[in-house]
Design a protein around this ligand. Structure first.
Ligand code: ZN
Length: 380
């Protein structure tokens, strides 16, 4: 017995009763067949519905050789009538986003002649691929035109055409559709072969928003959010923007300028700190304890370590090392005359794992060890 597809006639059924025809052990869980179902099986780029049958979780629905199987966590008694519930909020989001995909693909086909060659709908976003390229202006216009179809609240209908109608009706075909053709018609916009449930009128989509595009496989991938996905995204972004405005004491409309000003300030603060640190290094060289051979400089960069080691070597002779903490332990620069320097560098490599090297009067790199151990070694 073929399971009756309730979702094909009415996409809004969220609760129904059905007879359990079979229940088999599956790889993970159980495989249930019903006499009728409103659970949409994964297909056409849309995920399977979730929900419950007699209170047991349905985590997947698949169509296999024309038969629909509901995958559940627990077994169900066969022959009984089960009360079934769909996770309808989730399904409704899919319906909104899937219908929007038809609108956009229909407009693209009419305006540019590109085909939709890939469609994927997940729990928060739609991606679809076209075999052609768009300019920024074209994308803006396309998004606006698609939203106009939403505002016009056009009707969406699904039907199985008679064989005569199939021949005379022109429609967009998606790859991977087998068997009897079901057409989804959006008034004044598009006719497309599709097996999935859609909303009844385009106004239900709420909004169609493109988030991003990528060039790939000789065409364009569009990332889109519609309906509840778009609302969730707007809420999250609005809350992030409010938080950032609070941190910068800026108004939403001036946020970009405030961020630019902030990063300019940060750059000039960094430059000032660097200049001060260089000045500090010069003082430290002047005040250096001549009995020591190394200096530890908190937060210095490699140039400042070079400046310090070289400055100490020139001022006091011998091999001098400048150190500061890094992600491995310490960054170091060692300066000295060739023979002496080689001896000290070898001693260091015998004591620690050392990455790096150098030539002439300089050796530099990383010492991989606890900072305290390194400090003890150099007596700083
Ligand atoms: Zn579709």
């Amino acid at each position: 017995m073929i399971t009756k597809k309730l979702y094909e006639k009415d996409a809004y059924i969220s609760k129904f009763n059905a007879a359990v025809l079979s229940c088999d052990k599956a790889e993970n869980g159980y495989r249930i067949k019903l006499d009728k179902t409103a659970f949409f099986p994964e297909g056409g780029g849309q995920p399977a519905d979730t929900g419950t049958i007699s209170g047991v979780n349905v985590f997947d629905v698949q169509i296999e050789n024309d038969e629909i199987f509901h995958y559940t966590e627990k077994p169900l008694e066969t022959g009984v009538t089960a009360s079934c519930n769909l996770d309808f909020d989730r399904r409704y989001s899919f319906m909104q986003n899937h219908t929007a995909e038809h609108i956009v693909s229909g407009l693209v086909f009419k305006e540019y002649g590109y085909n939709n060659i890939g469609f994927h709908l997940n729990e928060s976003e739609v991606t679809f691929d076209f075999n052609g390229f768009f300019t920024e202006e074209q994308l803006k216009k396309l998004e606006y035109e698609a939203n106009k179809r939403v505002w016009r609240n056009l009707s969406v209908t699904a039907f199985y055409p008679s064989s005569d109608e199939s021949v005379t009706t022109s429609y967009r075909a998606k790859s991977g559709i087998n068997g009897k053709i079901r057409l989804v018609k959006i008034e004044d916009t598009d006719i497309c072969a599709c097996c999935a449930p859609h909303v009844n009128s385009t106004g239900e989509i709420g909004i169609i928003k493109f988030l991003n595009t990528e060039k790939q496989h000789g065409g364009t991938r569009i990332f889109m959010k519609c309906g509840t996905f778009a609302l969730d995204d707007y809420r999250r972004k609005n809350s992030d923007i409010k938080a950032i405005c609070g941190m910068l004491s800026a108004k939403t409309e001036n946020l970009k300028d405030a961020v630019v000003a902030q990063s300019k300030r940060l750059e000039s603060e960094k430059a000032a700190a660097k200049a001060l640190r260089s000045e500090l290094i010069n003082y430290k060289i002047k005040l250096f304890d001549k009995t020591k051979h190394a200096i530890y400089l908190n937060g210095a960069d490699i140039k400042q370590l070079q400046m310090a080691a070289d400055g100490l070597h020139k001022a006091y002779g011998g091999v001098k090392t400048a150190l500061c903490e890094n992600e491995n332990g310490c960054a170091f620069v060692m300066c000295g005359d060739t023979g002496e320097l080689e001896t000290e560098f070898k001693k260091l490599k015998d004591a620690f794992a050392v990455r790096g090297g150098g030539r002439d009067k300089i050796r530099q790199g990383s010492i991989i060890a606890e900072v305290e151990e390194i400090k003890q070694y150099f007596e700083v």
